[in-house]
Design a protein around this ligand. Structure first.
Ligand code: 173
Length: 497
């Protein structure tokens, strides 16, 4: 074993000519990486010769260094007891956020999933920009909500709805709601416990969590926090190095993950301008441009900065390879057309998620809800319906049990919610997520009674009128709660504004 490096030695490498940093007691020589760093060199240089763990952790997946820094630059370890934590100075912004945190609405006054966005300002501006942003003009993220409002209920009456049951089965796993937690990256941007808030809340409430490839917590930390036999799914970004992907997938299967959701709508990440602008402000990038530096990656935002490993060459030809490396269910996440839905079915997948990635990828892509109609019609021509071997999920814009019931009536097996739960734990930790589940449960009870459906199987196509769903122009009532929480895009900022 190599000997420990004194922190005084690390401190000698504290500038652009020789820059070492400490992360989780490991020492890295990042001198040559400085100009490669997607977040710019300035932020690394701030920690040159020092411990950067606190700044690193919330915005990097756990293996970011392993994936990006050649092994010979991993210099060694320091004795954790000797590391002087760089005490982050408390800024005015931190104080403002703490005051807001103290004044958050009490949890029992949070009555719906939109309410979790009311305290959005407790998030750092960077977190809010990353989580809330969507691509280009953010038309699709808003359409995801609006689409639900173009479907109307046709409730049935006098059906003895004394007892109603909204539990279901998702890919062979019991679920207390017809809802699963969809994958969202970088949970520690919102809360120090990151994705573990979801894992713990899901365990208590019988909900299934989809673990993101780019979680802030490591895959094993999340699985370790789960209860024995707690069902978990895995969202997969496919690495250009297929050996890495193979190892990751097989490890997940060994650890009991039940289904693999391969993201297929992100060969390149969308331009999320709120996120990109935040980067501009944070790094003082405007000033750097004036200094004549050409650090082209600095305006890419958090997500783009960490997504360069994703393989844009992924194709239908790869599906048999996935089948050959795992026995988990394979679901394609991000399908939008009947053509691709049928190809997925014929390729032997076990399901698809009709998703536009929360409006973060191709802007003006249609909503998953709207696509559901044509896709179900196409699948009906190919096999039994409902098909016990092929599930159709929808995500995007779901905030209410009524939204979920509309998707189920139109043929979805279950529905994914990403941001709703992300905001719940960002503002209130695990308790927030549990509150979100309770709220949904209440909404399911009421809506199913009023709809005349005693269980999920009784939520049928005749219970909705979707005739307006494909009308993209026309009057849709204003969704007041969503409009209050929705933050409009801003224009370019003047310097020193
Ligand atoms: O939507 C996203 O932000 C996302 O999927 C992602 C992809 C790569 C890196 C980080 C997040």
């Amino acid at each position: 074993m190599s000997s420990l490096i004194p922190t005084s030695t690390v401190a000698e490498h504290a500038d652009r000519d020789s820059c070492w940093i400490i992360v989780h007691s490991k020492v890295y020589d990042v001198t040559e990486f400085l100009d490669e760093h997607p977040g710019g060199s300035k932020i690394i240089l701030k920690y040159a010769g020092k411990d950067a763990t606190e700044a690193y952790e919330p915005i990097h997946p756990p293996n970011a260094i392993l994936d990006n820094l050649p092994i010979e630059k991993h210099i060694g370890s320091v004795d954790p007891n000797t590391v002087v934590k760089v005490v982050k100075e408390i800024t005015e912004e931190d104080k403002r956020r703490q005051a807001l945190m103290d004044a958050r609405p009490p949890l029992d006054e949070i009555l719906n999933l939109h309410d979790f966005e009311a305290p959005k300002t407790v998030l750092t501006p960077k977190a809010w920009a990353y989580y809330s942003s969507a691509s280009d003009d953010e038309i699709t993220i808003r359409e995801n909500r609006a689409a639900f409002q173009r479907v109307w209920f046709r409730p049935r009456i006098l059906r003895d709805v004394t007892s109603v049951d909204w539990s279901t089965n998702i890919l062979g796993c019991k679920s207390s709601l017809p809802v699963y937690i969809s994958a969202t990256a970088l949970g520690k941007l919102g809360h120090p416990d990151g994705e573990l808030n979801l894992t713990r809340a899901a365990a208590k409430h019988g909900i299934i969590q989809m673990i993101p490839t780019l979680a802030s917590c490591s895959f094993d930390e999340i699985v370790d926090a789960a209860q024995p036999n707690q069902p978990l799914f895995l969202q997969l970004y496919v690495n250009k190095d297929r050996e890495i992907t193979k190892k990751y997938v097989q490890h997940a299967e060994k650890r009991g993950v039940r289904a693999l959701f391969i993201t297929v709508d992100a060969p390149q990440l969308g331009r999320r301008e709120k996120d990109m602008r935040m980067k501009f402000v944070d790094d003082g990038a405007g000033a750097k441009v004036q200094e004549g530096q050409k650090d082209v990656k600095k305006d890419q935002g958090v997500a783009r900065a960490i997504s360069s490993f994703i393989d844009p060459s992924l194709s239908w030809k790869d599906i048999p390879w996935f089948r050959s490396i795992t026995n988990m269910h394979i679901i394609l996440k991000g399908v939008s057309t009947p053509e691709d839905a049928v190809l997925a079915y014929e390729a032997g997948c076990q399901g698809i998620v009709l998703s536009n990635h929360g409006g973060r990828q191709l802007d003006t892509a249609r909503s998953g809800l709207e696509n559901l109609i044509d896709i179900v019609a196409a699948l009906k021509t190919k096999g039994p319906w409902p098909n016990p071997n092929f599930s159709v999920f929808v995500d995007g814009g779901v905030r209410r049990a009524s939204d979920v019931l509309k998707a189920i009536a139109l043929g979805a097996s279950a529905v994914g919610i990403g941001r709703g739960f992300l905001y719940a734990f960002s503002s209130y930790g695990q308790e927030g997520v549990e509150r979100a589940f309770d709220i949904l449960r209440d909404e399911f009870e009421m809506n199913m009674r009023l709809l005349g459906a005693r269980n999920i199987r009784e939520v049928v196509p005749d219970m909705v009128d979707a005739s307006a769903l494909s009308a993209h122009a026309g009057l849709t009532p204003t969704d007041n709660l969503f409009n209050t929480t929705y933050q409009p895009l801003g224009l370019a900022q003047f310097k020193n504004a």
